[in-house]
Design a protein around this ligand. Structure first.
Ligand SMILES: C[S@@+](CC[C@H](N)C(=O)[O-])C[C@H]1O[C@@H](n2cnc3c(N)ncnc32)[C@H](O)[C@@H]1O
Length: 283
């Protein structure tokens, strides 16, 4: 049994309030807040309490129990999501895209404005789709006989705004391997020490809010789906349901990339493991 925890008097989180937050976050985002993550949840709720000018987490939770809290739910979700990401994170996926996916697609589809579609399904602050755009631009070049686009979605509206801005602290780029940095085609540094991703890469990406546990408006098909480091927050039934929908949207011969610590919730008859966290959709 977990005892109520107190960091400062106003951030005390009672068991009932934790249960309420966990229930709302699960119902609205599918995210399971595990017991060892309670301290993190408390810190994030405390930030929301401050923004709203409330006196305590208890007061915030009392507000969440009222009917008018419906507008607060997206803010609650924004507050509890973990957005950690990086450019070219888990590089083997981008190497696979460069060497094994794009050359074949170009061969199949160039010449008749064939479509190539990539979906970054929990794109966070955008490093993942910008990395995919950078690799794709490098391989495809400026040819006009292909219709190439990346859909980048996330549930968190705050992080999507950051993603769409395409501006990042320059230290993020300084840490990149020398062969990858130029691919992002960075434009001028602003007064806040940030550099901007080039317009020609931004144009390849559409950023949209999408909750993976709700309806999806897209029809697909996608050639590649990045679903990395988000399944870790979901339980098995949620993962299994989302996976079925990925398979339905994936082109036969298309690929699903999962995060380094993730695997399929159960074997899927139409997904074949062909490399490190790389699954191919079978016909
Ligand atoms: C740890 S980040 C992963 C970012 C990137 N895919 C990567 O691997 O670097 C997890 C992202 O999943 C998003 N997320 C969590 N629940 C979601 C849901 N139900 N629908 C869509 N996105 C969700 C979070 O907002 C967060 O930005």
């Amino acid at each position: 049994m977990l005892a109520p925890q107190t960091v400062q008097s106003d951030t005390t989180l009672s068991r009932d309030d934790m249960a309420l937050v966990a229930k709302l976050v699960y119902e609205h985002a599918g995210i399971v807040i595990r017991e060892h993550k309670e301290a993190m949840a408390r810190g994030r709720l405390a930030r929301r309490v401050k923004v709203l000018g409330l006196g305590s987490i208890a007061e915030y939770c009392a507000y969440l129990r009222t009917a008018s809290a419906v507008d607060e739910i997206p803010e609650l979700i924004n507050a509890v999501t973990t957005n950690h990401t990086a450019f070219f994170r888990e590089r083997h996926h981008f190497d696979h895209l460069r060497k094994d996916v794009l050359p074949r697609l170009i061969q199949e589809r160039a010449g008749r404005r064939g479509r190539i579609r990539i979906w970054s399904a929990a794109c966070s602050s955008g490093e993942e789709p910008y990395s995919a755009a950078a690799i794709s631009r490098d391989v495809i070049g400026h040819r006009s006989d292909l219709d190439f686009k990346i859909l980048a979605t996330d549930i968190d509206t705050d992080i999507l705004d950051r993603a769409a801005s395409g501006q990042y602290p320059t230290e993020q780029f300084d840490r990149l391997p020398a062969d990858l940095r130029p691919l992002l085609k960075l434009e001028g540094q602003n007064g806040r020490g940030e550099a901007r991703i080039a317009e020609e890469l931004k144009r390849l990406i559409a950023f949209k809010r999408l909750n993976l546990i709700e309806n999806w408006p897209m029809k697909g098909p996608f050639d590649v789906i990045f679903c990395r480091n988000v399944f870790i927050y979901f339980d098995t039934p949620t993962k299994a349901a989302i996976l079925d929908r990925y398979v339905a949207l994936l082109q036969p011969g298309g690929f699903l990339y999962l995060g380094h610590s993730e695997s399929l919730p159960q074997p899927h008859p139409q997904l074949r493991l062909i490399g490190r966290t790389i699954y191919e959709r079978t016909p």
